[in-house]
Ligand binder design. Structure first.
Ligand SMILES: [Zn+2]
Length: 72
């Protein structure tokens, strides 16, 4: 069950997977830790509580290469 969202965060530059509206998608989180996407344009919602990876975090993890220090 989703309660009232206690956190709302817009995804800039993200298109709704349903209606393709840009900048209408926001991430909501309620007091119970449920996380979901919500589109303000068409009302589409997508549950993100399980298995969601933040695109920014995924990109950061991928680009974080160990730096090799080479003594000369
Ligand atoms: Zn939509």
């Amino acid at each position: 069950m989703r309660g009232e969202p206690v956190k709302k965060q817009f995804f800039a530059g993200t298109a709704c997977p349903h209606c393709k509206a840009m900048d209408k998608v926001r991430r909501c989180e309620d007091a119970n830790g449920a996380i979901w996407l919500e589109c303000l344009a068409c009302g589409y919602t997508q549950d993100l509580t399980e298995g969601y990876v933040d695109p920014d975090e995924a990109a950061a993890a991928e680009s974080a290469q160990p730096v090799k220090w080479q003594p000369r």
